[in-house]
Design a protein around this ligand. Structure first.
Ligand SMILES: Cc1cc2nc3c(=O)[nH]c(=O)nc-3n(C[C@H](O)[C@H](O)[C@H](O)COP(=O)(O)O)c2cc1C
Length: 356
C-alpha cells in the first residue's frame, strides 16, 4: 500500500499491484546489488533534492551549425566504400533522423574518382534537409586538390551529396604509420587556409578534426583564427588510428616504433586549451566544437560539455558503430543517451578540478 496526496483530500491510500513482486526481487537481488566504494564516479556532485524528474519539457535541443538538433549528440565520421558500410550508414542516418541528431560521413575519397560507392554515402534522403550532415576528406587529398587548383571537385562532391559542408581530417601520424600512407608536402594549416579561400561564397562550412590523438594549443589557435565553422576534437583516449594502422602494418619498417601512437591530448586537456584561448580572445566564441574521442556514453559527454565554454555537441564513433548492425539496438542505445543526459542535467553537477 502507498500513501499519496492529491487534490481530493489530504491522503489517499491505494493498492500497489507490483508490491509483492518488487519486495521479493529486492530480497533476492540484494547480494548482487553491492557496490564497491572505489568504483564511485567521483566526477560529479550528485544533488538528488534539487530537481523533479525530467519530463517532455526538459528539452535538450541545440542549434548547431545553423541547424536544430533535438539533442546534442553527433555521429562521428566513420565508414563507407566497403560491402557492409551501406547498411551501417543507413542505420546511422536513420537514427539521426528519428532523434534529430547530426552526422559526419567517413572519408568520401573514393567519390572523388568514381561513383561506385555513392549510395553508401548518399544519406541526405534518409536524414532530411533539417539536420547537420557533413562529408569527409583527408588533408592529403585536400592538399593535392588545393595545390592543383582543383577544389571545384570538392564543392561538386558536397553538392552531389547535399551536405552542409566538409570535415577535413588531419592525420600526419596515421599516414606515417600506414604502409600505403600519404606524405604531406605542405603544412595542413596552409592547406586549410587555402581551402577556406576557395570556399568563400559557396555557403559550405568547414570542420577540422584529428583521428584519435587530438591536437595541441598552437594547432587549435591556428584553426580558431581561420574562417572555419567548427573543430572536432577526436582526442586521445578512444579509437586511435595510429594504433589501428600499427596493427595493420605488422611488416612495416615502423611496426616497432609504437611510441608515436601514444602521444596526443585527451578531451579534458583540449577543453582547457580551448577555454584558455577563448579567455584571451572572446571572438573565438563564434566557433563550435564537437567533443569526441573516447566518449563511451552521455555521462562522459555531459562531464566534458559542462566544462567547455563554447557551443558544443557530443560526438561518438565506436559507441555508435558497435550497435549499428542492428537498428533496434542502435535505437535503444541512442534513446538511453538522450534520457540519460536529461537525468544528468537534472541531478549532477560537475565538480571543479579543485573539488576533486
Ligand atoms: C570504423 C571507423 C572508421 C573511421 N573513419 C574515419 C574517417 O574516414 N574519417 C575521419 O575523419 N575519422 C574517421 N574515424 C575516426 C572517428 O571519426 C573518431 O575521430 C575516432 O574514432 C574517435 O572517436 P571514438 O573514440 O568515439 O571512436 C573512424 C573511426 C572508426 C571507428
Amino acid at each position: 500500500m502507498v500513501k499519496r496526496h492529491d487534490e481530493q483530500g489530504p491522503t489517499v491510500v491505494t493498492k500497489d499491484p507490483m508490491q509483492e513482486t518488487r519486495k521479493r526481487d529486492h530480497i533476492e537481488l540484494t547480494q548482487k546489488a553491492q557496490t564497491i566504494k572505489s568504483e564511485v564516479d567521483s566526477r560529479f556532485f550528485y544533488e538528488p533534492l534539487l530537481s523533479a524528474h525530467p519530463n517532455s519539457e526538459n528539452s535538450l535541443s541545440t542549434l548547431f551549425l545553423d541547424k536544430k538538433m533535438s539533442a546534442p549528440f553527433w555521429i562521428s565520421s566513420m565508414t563507407g566504400g566497403v560491402g557492409e558500410a551501406r547498411h551501417i550508414n543507413q542505420n546511422l542516418a536513420r537514427v539521426c533522423r528519428e532523434f534529430s541528431l547530426g552526422m559526419g560521413l567517413g572519408s568520401c575519397r573514393s567519390l572523388l574518382e568514381s561513383d561506385k560507392y555513392f549510395e553508401d554515402f548518399n544519406l541526405r534522403p534518409v536524414l532530411g534537409n533539417d539536420l547537420p550532415f557533413f562529408a569527409n576528406l583527408g588533408i592529403a587529398q585536400v592538399e593535392t586538390l588545393v595545390h592543383k587548383n582543383e577544389t571545384k571537385k570538392i564543392i561538386d562532391l558536397l553538392n552531389r551529396l547535399d551536405t552542409d559542408g566538409l570535415i577535413v581530417h588531419v592525420n600526419p601520424l596515421q599516414e606515417w604509420f600506414q604502409p600505403e600512407g600519404d606524405k604531406f608536402q605542405y603544412s595542413p594549416i596552409d592547406t586549410i587556409e587555402r581551402l577556406c579561400r576557395t570556399f568563400e561564397g559557396s555557403n559550405k562550412k568547414i570542420i577540422v578534426k584529428e583521428v584519435g590523438q587530438g591536437m595541441g594549443p598552437k594547432s587549435l589557435k591556428a584553426l580558431l583564427d581561420l574562417p572555419i565553422s567548427a573543430i572536432e576534437l577526436a582526442s586521445f583516449g578512444g579509437t586511435n588510428f595510429s594504433k589501428l594502422e600499427l596493427m595493420r602494418s605488422k611488416e612495416s619498417q615502423f611496426s616497432k616504433i609504437d611510441s608515436l601512437s601514444k602521444v596526443g591530448h585527451t578531451s579534458l586537456e583540449m577543453i582547457s586549451f580551448l577555454n584558455n584561448l577563448l579567455n584571451a580572445n572572446p571572438k573565438y566564441l563564434e566557433k563550435q566544437i564537437i567533443i569526441s574521442g573516447g566518449i563511451d556514453n552521455f555521462l562522459d559527454g555531459y562531464y566534458l560539455q559542462e566544462q567547455l565554454n563554447f557551443i558544443s555537441v557530443i560526438g561518438m564513433a565506436k559507441s555508435f558503430l558497435s550497435r549499428s548492425e542492428n537498428y533496434e539496438e542502435l535505437k535503444t542505445f541512442t534513446e538511453a543517451q538522450i534520457e540519460g543526459l536529461k537525468m544528468a542535467r537534472a541531478y549532477l553537477h560537475v565538480k571543479s578540478p579543485e573539488a576533486l
